[in-house]
Design a protein around this ligand. Structure first.
Ligand code: GLP
Length: 241
């Protein structure tokens, strides 16, 4: 694991965008794994800036989202498809048809999950996967107790994650209980994992991920088994290492 502690959000953004830039430049059909949540936002901001000011192009890329709420109607402003459109893809030359996410509004979500794994494989796998980390060590929506070998599937959110995410909804009652998420096994197949964590609130989860035992109780700890992981931290998120 490459742990990079950086002095500012701007440095995190630059470092993260450099990793994505290398993938975009180095592959004919680059496959980006995109994460929602606030952690990757500075990186997305820098990618948008480079697209506008330096001509960085995403036109030849495919993108796959990590996860999606189950039961939100297509087009709901808090569905992760809409969130990523708002935060990144509508600001760069990445066509909607090239942005994929698990279909949380499907009648048969178990089947949608299997088809999603198949679609990632058919695209050739993910070249670089952006990740955040939940305060309980979850990655995507793989909550503590998730199998380290899991595939894309339906999961139930913990109370803590629902509370953490309630800020995006009118009330806690509006936060869905269920999600479709890439499994830890799916995520581990990406060739490069790029995790961003900032702020004191992530310090315990980061310590568990980097220095704790590899355990389903801290899902992010499975990253210790991956051959190519870059973790971008600010001082606060690194404070318990
Ligand atoms: C959600 C997402 C995760 C994300 C986590 C942390 O639960 N499913 O992918 O990593 O939130 O979000 P944030 O970066 O906003 O702290």
């Amino acid at each position: 694991m490459e742990i990079v502690i950086l002095p500012s959000e701007a440095e995190i953004a630059r470092h993260g965008a450099d990793v994505v830039a290398r993938v975009l430049a180095g592959r004919d059909r680059p496959v980006l794994g995109l994460a929602t949540g606030s952690s990757p936002l500075p990186v997305y901001g820098e990618l948008i800036r480079r697209h506008r000011e330096e001509g960085m192009s995403f036109a030849h890329a495919e993108a796959f989202l990590l996860d999606e709420y189950v039961g939100l109607p297509a087009g709901h402003p808090e569905s992760y498809r809409e969130v990523i459109r708002r935060e990144l893809t509508s600001h760069v030359d990445l066509e909607d048809a090239h942005v994929h996410g698990p279909d949380g509004s499907a009648a048969d979500v178990a089947r949608a999950a299997r088809e999603y794994d198949d679609a990632i494989a058919a695209a050739g796998g993910v070249d670089v996967q952006l990740l955040g980390i939940g305060t309980d060590g979850h990655v995507a929506f793989n909550e503590p107790g998730s199998s380290l070998a899991s595939r894309t599937r339906v999961k139930t959110l913990t109370e803590q994650t629902r509370r953490d995410n309630a800020r995006f909804f009118d009330s806690l009652d509006d936060v869905p209980w269920h999600v479709l998420t890439q499994g830890l096994g799916t995520i581990r197949e990406a060739r490069h994992l790029l995790l961003v964590a900032t702020g004191e609130g992530k310090a315990d989860a980061v310590a568990g991920m980097v220095e704790g035992p590899v355990s389903a109780f801290c899902p992010a700890s499975v990253l210790q088994l991956h051959p190519h992981v870059t973790v971008l931290l600010d001082d606060a998120a690194a404070s318990r290492l």
